[in-house]
Design a protein around this ligand. Sequence first.
Ligand code: MN3
Length: 245
Amino acid sequence: MSHNRRDFLKKSTLIGLSGLVSTLLGKEKLSKLESLTKLSELEILFDLPKLPYSYDALEPYIDKQTMLIHHGKHHQAYIDKLNKSLENYNDDTSLNLLLNKASDLNTAIRNNAGGHYNHSLFWQLLRPNPKGEKLIPLAKLNEAINDQFKSFENFKKEFTDIALKAFGSGWCWLIMQEGKLKITSTQNQDNPLMNMISEKGKPILALDIWEHAYYLKYQNKRSDYIANWWNIINWEKAEELFLKK
Ligand code: MN3
């Protein structure tokens, strides 16, 4: 091999290497930039989550029309307003962080972040029950409910009482608070994750008691709506939330 040829090979290897490095760096920078862009889009723009069942799947307990409007119009409206209310918000917009400092936020962010969180959870905690089977809590949660409320029937009664007594629009919850189960209610779209709520805790069950959740089928009869809700609780999801650290 001639001297020149060897020299040429060395040079081209070096050029090749530096080209490779700059290509790699460039690609890395590009993908970092892409992931940052994606991340900020996700943080700023919330999307309507798809229902884990069809709109008519909860019949006859919750009718198709109610589900179409509740999910497609009401939940969508909370998301649209949340996105709009965050347009000039320059801090971290992850949902949990927003709920955690809800008292510092303006009413639009607080209500719509709550509305989005609450409904997203509510859909997941429902399941079809076409055969009308009697649904009861699963292993660990069942044990805890029996321990604390004496029996499932007694728990149902206490939960129903609180959901019926809650004045106006709001939510009824089963939460974990300092290692204990507790039934609570919140007004409007507030929830037990918000910093200013006196009864804070980890949600395990969520029941929407706004009239828009039941008015089409049940009119003003909230008690009938609640009685039927027990037929479509997704206890697998409740168990998962109960066991989650
Ligand atoms: Mn609702």
